[in-house]
Design a protein around this ligand. Structure first.
Ligand SMILES: NC(=O)c1ccc[n+]([C@@H]2O[C@H](COP(=O)([O-])OP(=O)(O)OC[C@H]3O[C@@H](n4cnc5c(N)ncnc54)[C@H](OP(=O)(O)O)[C@@H]3O)[C@@H](O)[C@H]2O)c1
Length: 300
């Protein structure tokens, strides 16, 4: 098969498009033909070596967490799926024509949801959902600030927080304000304007997808006993008055199936900002890494 190989830690020049052995499914594995995958920030953080202590790679390595595609064959122990099924999932090694997945990591693609739209959903939708449901553990009527709300994880977090009956404040850059009204939040604010900061009252929760100086600035807005859920690491200044949960996304096929259906219905929107062939991976990752583009779809 053709695949994108990461040959070592470093810049996009460490990525090459070439031949790799076809994977062969074991007893409890599914062979999937990739119709689409997408770039997530974890891909270029892994490539650059920022996560090498926590998640060391062996080279050559095949990156990629999202998949939408068709089941080619299944191992003898797999009963949930059969050849020809259309699936999406949070997997590994998806920058390739073929990959192996565990049945519990895959969900059926809802009828009518195209592969390209499905391919950008798994990692960001599950992360947004787990950030709200496990990280902030919101109850209805509580007020939550979602930072980076126009990002892919942020959009999903806003959507899921509204599903749970929260009062949602979408925090974005000043330059993003004109685009943020369609998010469906109760209120949209600029995270960098002092006037907006002063106008926000005490918060029950913050769902953080930005980190850095942004979360340091907004953390004092949490009520005593308020909850910070984060997918970008604990802020150094957090003290014992704040309940912090770091979320690392995990596969959850049942939750993913429901989120994919929400995307099909148009209730949850994860826009595709750019499309590339896998063979143009260097250009694609360079663009995604620069930011401001939205989801970058990759197709074989
Ligand atoms: N822990 C986990 O399991 C997990 C899972 C998924 C993602 N993540 C992390 O979560 C983060 C977001 O991922 P994503 O896929 O949503 O990325 P994304 O689509 O690029 O979204 C990030 C959003 O935050 C905005 N932003 C960045 N800095 C900001 C600031 N100072 N003020 C206001 N907005 C700001 C970005 O705006 P611009 O585009 O204009 O820069 C963008 O809208 C990444 O760091 C990623 O690695 C963690």
């Amino acid at each position: 098969m053709k695949a994108v190989l990461l040959n070592g830690y470093g810049g996009v020049d460490q990525l090459s498009y070439g031949d790799a052995p076809d994977p062969v499914p074991g007893k409890d594995q599914i062979l999937v033909r990739v119709a689409g995958t997408s770039i997530n920030p974890i891909d270029f953080k892994l490539r650059a070596g920022y996560l090498k202590e926590r998640m060391p790679l062996q080279f050559p390595s095949i990156l990629g967490r999202d998949v939408a595609g068709e089941v080619v064959s299944v191992g003898s122990g797999v009963t949930q799926f059969k050849a020809g099924d259309k699936v999406l999932g949070l997997v590994n090694n998806s920058y390739a024509e073929l990959l192996l997945a565990a049945p519990e990591d895959l969900a059926p693609i809802p009828e009518g949801l195209p592969y390209d739209m499905a391919a950008v959903v798994p990692l960001v939708a599950l992360t947004g959902a787990q950030l709200i449901e496990k990280g902030v553990a919101l109850r209805g009527g509580q007020t939550v600030l979602v930072t980076g709300a126009l990002g892919a994880v942020g959009r999903a977090a806003v959507y899921v927080a509204k599903l749970h009956g929260a009062i949602v404040i979408a925090g974005v850059r000043s330059s993003q304000l004109p685009h943020a009204n369609l998010l469906g939040a109760d209120r949209v604010i600029s995270l960098d304007k002092d006037r907006d900061f002063d106008a926000v009252g005490p918060l029950d929760g913050i769902a953080d997808t930005v980190g850095g100086t942004t979360i340091e600035k907004w953390l004092p807005k949490l009520k005593k006993g308020g909850r910070l859920g984060t997918v970008v690491g604990k802020p150094p200044s957090a003290n014992a008055n704040v309940d912090i949960t770091e979320v690392w996304v995990r596969p959850d096929a049942k939750r993913l199936a429901a989120l994919a259906e929400d995307v099909r219905l148009g209730d949850l929107v994860i826009p595709i900002g750019a499309r590339f062939k896998l063979s143009d991976i260097r250009e694609a990752q360079a663009l995604a890494e620069k930011g401001g583009v939205g989801k970058v779809l990759l197709t074989p």
